[in-house]
Design a protein around this ligand. Structure first.
Ligand SMILES: Nc1ncnc2c1ncn2[C@@H]1O[C@H](COP(=O)(O)OP(=O)(O)OP(=O)(O)O)[C@@H](O)[C@H]1O
Length: 526
């Protein structure tokens, strides 16, 4: 999964500033930079109304006196964070408590690369936020550092398949990375050879320890390298036939001796979007490569995605499997303890904050990202309250806020038809209808579709869409028996009405509905 953490970020803009600049440096910037912009834009004043003279009456360029105090109050409290970045998903921790076993297993497999052989392919599984990416990145960094130490050529390439989700893009991205690396290797070598040639021109003995028998041989080698370099052609992001991209990648990897570990994060997304061709091609490369070796490390939180793979790909990819189990509350507590030491000021957290964040996140499904989000959001809420102590209430508020942000995001990204169905349910609920049934939803749904000129789906399809909304946790649909009248679904909204309405109305199509009341009045009509 991606870093959903950032979605739950409570308006970074306004809380980061005050927390980061307690010593006045940021204040100076804010004052002198563009007072008009800050005051005008932030409080929603029309910029044309801002009279610059008032801000800098004496024209000496110092507008500090005229500050309207927008930031002063926010800055006056003691800051809570020492270094908030440490709590963000983008930060890679140096220590990963409770992942020693998985990290050691990865290292045991990958150490083969340092001996110049290709390590087995690895598949890493585990639910979201269980530290898969963080652990894999940690191990790759170690691997690359050690390979430099022992001068064994070994490289790790990371690809996030949620972003790079087609065979073309994966191969093009890899090809271009290796071309870049090859160019760097050539540049270094050419510089070395040029200096050797220079010295050899003065004194032949300089070549004694080299593979060259004369200055001409050095020049020849330089020319060869330069012509190789000129032969490299960057792969465009679209437009080439896939086999040309593949051979470009193949040649780039095989340009010199090395072991390459290709880390495919969210590998299930790649398979879902574009099948298993990429994995098939990558997994059979080794039999054709002459100088280099390739090994694949796939990361997924979908345990079932291998069911869709060609059996050959499946067995080759899953040579080694490592499972990342969810964290329990105690483990999450350790993780938060470690991170909070660096991220918060001393004594900024009351005793129950970390255990509560850990407990909430453990209930979720042992997700460390969620636990860190909670802790950071709680800190930001405390900061807004201008207190210097994060307390249990801040954590509870943070939990609500994150949940709401999640809902808003889910609703915002629903397909239009689901949005119309949800809008119908919301209208009924808003008008006080209880125990809403599918027929009522369908009637209003149809009228809404007519109003905005959308296709009208069958009642059966709409029932399916309601079930999907139920699975997403947006509505609650329970089947109730009506005796001899059969069974029906009773539907209610499981998310806050006001926010849901606001998100739905922000959709350009639904936003066109002027007045929805009449639709509800007509809910019993057919
Ligand atoms: N053992 C740990 N110690 C410290 N931080 C951790 C640990 N495990 C996870 N984290 C932190 O939790 C967050 C999520 O971890 P990570 O991205 O590795 O999860 P993931 O399993 O790859 O999740 P997803 O499948 O959603 O990508 C990151 O900020 C990471 O630094």
């Amino acid at each position: 999964m991606t870093d959903t953490g950032d979605q739950s970020d409570p308006d970074d803009g306004d809380s980061d500033g005050p927390s980061n600049g307690p010593d006045g440096t940021e204040v100076d910037d804010a004052d002198s930079a563009s007072e008009d912009e800050l005051t005008g834009a932030s409080v929603g004043t029309d910029l044309d109304d801002v009279v610059l003279d008032e801000l800098d009456a004496d024209g000496d360029g110092e507008s500090g006196e005229a500050s309207r105090g927008l930031f002063d109050d926010l800055l006056s409290g003691e800051p809570i964070f020492e270094n908030k970045e440490v709590l963000r998903p983008s930060y890679t921790p140096h220590k990963l408590p409770h992942r020693e076993e998985q990290i050691n297993k990865m290292a045991t497999i990958l150490v083969t690369a340092l001996r110049g052989d290709s390590p087995s392919n690895i598949l890493i599984y585990g639910k979201t936020g269980t530290g898969k990416t963080a652990s894999a990145k940690f191990v790759s960094e170690e691997l690359e550092t050690t390979s430099q130490k022992y001068e064994v050529p070994c490289e790790v390439e990371y690809i996030n398949c949620e972003v790079t989700d087609t065979q073309y893009r994966v191969l093009a991205q890899l090809a271009n990375k290796f071309i870049e690396k090859n160019e760097a290797v050539i540049d270094d070598r050419v510089a070395e050879l040029e200096s050797l040639r220079e010295r050899a021109r003065e004194d032949d003995a300089e070549l004694a320890d080299s593979e060259f028998d004369g200055v001409e041989a050095v020049t020849e080698e330089i020319d060869d390298l330069e012509s190789d370099r000129e032969g490299f052609e960057e792969v465009p992001m679209t437009g080439w036939p896939t086999d040309r991209v593949y051979s470009s990648f193949f040649d780039a990897v095989d340009y010199h001796e090395r072991v390459v570990v290709i880390m495919l994060d969210e590998i299930d997304k790649l398979v879902e979007k574009s099948g298993d061709d990429t994995l098939y091609n990558l997994s059979r490369m080794n039999s054709q490569l002459e100088n280099s070796r390739v090994s694949i490390m796939g990361i997924s939180n979908d345990l079932k995605f291998t069911d869709f793979l060609d059996p050959r790909v499946k067995s080759s990819l899953g040579e080694e499997e490592i499972v990342f189990p969810p964290y329990d509350a105690n483990q999450l507590r350790d993780i938060l303890d470690h991170r909070s030491d660096v991220s918060f000021k001393d004594d900024a957290l009351s005793d129950d904050v970390i255990p509560l964040c850990a407990a909430f996140a453990a209930q979720e499904h042992g997700d460390a990202r969620r636990a860190l989000d909670l802790l950071r959001t709680a800190g930001e809420l405390a900061e807004r309250d201008q207190t210097d102590l994060v307390q249990e209430a801040h954590v509870r508020k943070a939990q609500e806020k994150i949940e709401l942000d999640r809902v808003v995001e889910v609703v915002r990204t629903l397909p239009t038809q689901s949005k119309i169905v949800l809008f119908a349910i919301m209208l009924l609920e808003k008008n006080g209808v209880r125990n809403i049934n599918t027929g009522e939803v369908y009637n209003i749904y149809k009228r809404l579709c007519e109003e905005i000129d959308a296709d009208i789906l069958t009642q059966r399809r709409v029932t399916d869409l309601i079930s999907e909304l139920d699975m997403l946790g947006i509505v609650n649909a329970v089947v109730v028996s009506k005796g001899r009248y059969g069974r029906t679904k009773e539907i209610s909204l499981s998310v806050p009405l006001e926010e849901t309405e606001a998100v739905l109305l922000s959709d350009s199509r639904l936003g066109d509905i002027d007045d929805a009341e009449p639709f509800v009045q007509a809910r019993f009509d057919n």
